[in-house]
Design a protein around this ligand. Structure first.
Ligand code: CU
Length: 315
C-alpha cells in the first residue's frame, strides 16, 4: 500500500512537470497565402505589381517563443502565375523539402521547432529568388528568448518593426536586380520615406515615444544587394542585440552594419528631460536619400498606443 502510494505520487509529480513544460512551449499555427497583387510603394500612391505573403509587403510579423513549434502552411492559390515558397531563417530543416517551391493551386505544410532565440528574416525562396524577394515576399519572425526579460534584455517601453528593402520599378527585369541596376528607392515597411514627413509632405506617420523611454527597433535588412548602416541621428544605440539575441549584445554603438538577410534588434533611449527627435537612417547616403529615413519623435504627449499591441508595424 505504502509503495503504491509513493508510485502514485511520483506519477502525479511527473505529470505536473510535463504539463508545466507543455504550458511553456506552444505550437503556433501560422498560415500565409501567396498573393500576386498590386501594392502602394510610396506615400502618394504609386502602384507596383508585387508578389506578397497575404497581400502585404512585408508579410505579417510572426512572434513565437524559444522552444515553440511553428506549424506552418503556405497556400499558393490557383490564380497565381508563379510557384512560391517559404524560407524561415529561424528554422533548421531541409532546403529541398520544407523550403521547396509550391505550384499554383497547391499547398505546403511543415513544422519546425524555434530552437534559437532572436530576430530572423523570412522570405520566398522560389526561383528566381532575387525577383521573389525584390517584389515583396519577405518579413520578420521574432523568437523571444526563453528566459524572458532580464537585466541583460530589459523590457522595452515601445517596440517597432522596420523592414528595409530595395525598390526596382521594372518588376520583370530580374537580371537588373542581380546587378543592382535601376533601383530607385529604399522601402521601409514597403514604402519610400514611409515615416518621414520632414522629407515627404505626403507622409502622415512617425514613430513615437515619451522622453527617456526604451524604444526597441526590430530591424530586418531585406535588401537584394546592399548592407544597411543603421544609425539613429541625434542618438546612440544604447544596445544592439546581434541577430536579436541577448547573448550577443553590444553597447553604445553609433552605426551598426546589418548584412543582407540579417536581422538585428536595436534599443534607443532618448534624454528623459526634454522632447527630442531622432531620424533612424541607413547612413549609406544613396539609400537614405532614396527613402530609408524614419522619424522617431520623443515627446511627453506621445500616442500611448504606438509601439504597443497591434501597432508595432505602423500602417
Ligand atoms: Cu515567391
Amino acid at each position: 500500500m505504502q509503495l503504491l502510494r509513493k508510485t502514485a505520487l511520483a506519477l502525479v509529480a511527473g505529470a505536473a512537470v510535463a504539463s508545466a513544460q507543455g504550458a511553456l512551449a506552444e505550437t503556433v499555427k501560422v498560415t500565409m497565402t501567396a498573393m500576386e497583387k498590386e501594392v502602394t510603394i510610396d506615400n502618394k500612391g504609386t502602384k507596383y505589381p508585387a508578389w506578397t505573403f497575404d497581400g502585404a509587403m512585408p508579410g505579417k510579423f510572426v512572434r513565437v517563443h524559444e522552444g515553440d513549434t511553428v506549424d506552418f502552411t503556405l497556400i499558393n492559390p490557383p490564380e497565381n502565375k508563379n510557384s512560391h515558397a517559404m524560407d524561415f531563417h529561424a528554422a533548421q530543416v531541409d532546403v529541398l523539402n520544407e523550403f521547396a517551391p509550391v505550384k499554383p493551386g497547391e499547398t505546403k505544410h511543415f513544422i519546425f521547432k524555434a530552437k534559437v532565440p532572436g530576430l530572423f528574416m523570412y522570405h520566398c525562396g522560389a526561383s528566381p529568388m532575387v525577383q521573389h524577394i525584390a517584389r515583396g515576399m519577405y518579413g520578420a519572425i521574432l523568437v523571444e528568448p526563453k528566459g524572458g526579460y532580464s537585466k541583460a534584455y530589459p523590457k522595452p517601453d515601445r517596440e517597432y518593426i522596420l523592414v528595409q528593402s530595395q525598390y526596382f520599378p521594372d518588376a520583370d527585369d530580374y537580371k537588373a536586380m542581380l546587378e543592382n541596376k535601376g533601383w530607385a528607392g529604399s522601402l521601409i515597411n514597403g514604402k519610400i520615406l514611409h515615416y518621414d514627413p520632414v522629407h515627404d509632405p505626403n507622409a502622415s506617420q512617425v514613430l513615437e515615444a515619451k522622453p527617456g523611454e526604451r524604444v526597441r527597433i526590430y530591424f530586418v535588412n531585406a535588401n537584394i544587394n546592399m548592407p544597411v548602416a543603421l544609425h539613429p541621428i541625434a542618438g546612440i544605440w544604447d544596445r544592439v542585440y546581434i541577430n536579436g539575441n541577448p547573448r550577443n549584445t553590444l553597447y553604445g554603438i553609433q552605426t551598426y552594419n546589418v548584412a543582407v538577410a540579417e536581422a538585428d534588434t536595436f534599443d534607443l533611449v532618448s534624454p528623459d528631460d526634454r522632447a527630442t527627435n531622432n531620424a533612424i537612417v541607413d547612413h549609406t547616403m544613396g539609400a537614405a536619400l532614396r527613402g530609408a529615413i524614419t522619424v522617431l519623435m520623443n515627446k511627453p504627449d506621445a500616442d500611448p498606443g504606438k509601439g504597443r499591441g497591434s501597432q508595432l508595424v505602423l500602417p
